[in-house]
Design a protein around this ligand. Sequence first.
Ligand code: HMG
Length: 388
Amino acid sequence: MSVGIDKMSFFSSDMYLDMVDLANARNEDPNKYLIGIGQKKQAVIPNTQDVVTMAANACEKIIDDDNRKKIDLIIFGTETGVDNSKSAAIYLQNMLGLSRRARAFEVKQACYGATAGLQMAKEYVTNHPDKQALVIGADIARYGIKTPGEVTQGGGAMAMVVSSNPSMLEFEGPSTFYSDDIMDFWRPLYRTEAVVDGHYSNDVYVKFFKNTWDEYKKITGLSIDDFKAMTFHLPYTKMGIKGLRAILNEADEDKQEHLKQEFEYGRKYNENVGNLYTGSLYLNVLSLLNNSTDLQTGDRIGLFSYGSGAQGEFFSMKLKDGFKNDQLADQIDTDLKNRKRVSVEEYERIFNNWIPIKDGDINLDYENDSADFFLKGVKNHQRIYGRK
Ligand code: HMG
């Protein structure tokens, strides 16, 4: 029996900021953002979307009645939680009409949360093959206007159903992981924007990747030649190139070209959305599956998950017959193409309109939010959600 990802889906906002517009407004050479950072567009998240609504919008594309019968584990990975006590998973369970005979909770370790959830789900489904787990990675990446991190903002949600005999991807073999107490990126409770030591965070990321990859090779006996493609947590897509470059010299020239080409397919969605934090690795995976032209059933892909603070993990998955979902791929392409381009001024207004961390009722202007699930406001300390 194999265990893995049976369904995947993705949601982000219907607005974006063009990185050339941002570069011009910040007096930077556009090529710094387009090539040096590797980002073309950035999702602009309105205050009527939070991690709960984005997750619900992602899930509604894939959750059917069979899933409703079988899902009894809901794990919500996020570092943009909406409450210091109640988990986003409980809100989601209710919104999607999932079974109440379920464990529903939130996990946090920066961008690593969804991977923690996925690995927990794998263990659970291995022991309960007739059950399914729903794993979410949803976040909104905020660094601040005119900060070096601004070009690496973004947001969205990934949803994954973990089952036995999955149609898309199966887990294969062990994981290698490494953690250490590191201050490369964090967000104190009183802030809506992250604090980051950007260049240091890049170095730690590559160090953790090398560390887990070397350990993985040692315990599995596999080499770079055994992988069809490598996928990465992509806070910005150049970061994945830095990761890939750290091991490329282990392959001959043909293999190097091949891995670089697969990376190009894999970063297509990410370079148009920006950082989803904990969903980013899985958006990279989905982009690879939907855009690569030469993947085949049985191919092995590597996944490197990194969450600042810091936790790294490397593992592999193999492609199953249903790894490519053309309907989903077309829908994502259409959604990304139909987004509204906002000016830098409009983006700044939306950014500054973020719900502050303070007491008080708020009524939001949700009429223009095109998503099915949205946030209407806050009343008596409670978030009020709506559905079209
Ligand atoms: P910066 O200082 O503005 O940029 O910050 P830079 O001067 O380092 O330039 C960036 C790249 O552009 C360089 O290339 C330049 O050479 C190049 P590199 O040396 O990196 O290969 N460049 C150009 N290229 C072409 N044409 C040009 C040009 N000019 C310059 N004209 C930084 C960049 C990424 C540090 C900043 O945006 C930042 O702090 N971002 C946020 C932190 C981050 O994303 N860290 C990633 C690793 S940590 C992580 O992944 C975890 C995270 O997702 C959080 C979590 O776990 O929850 C962040």
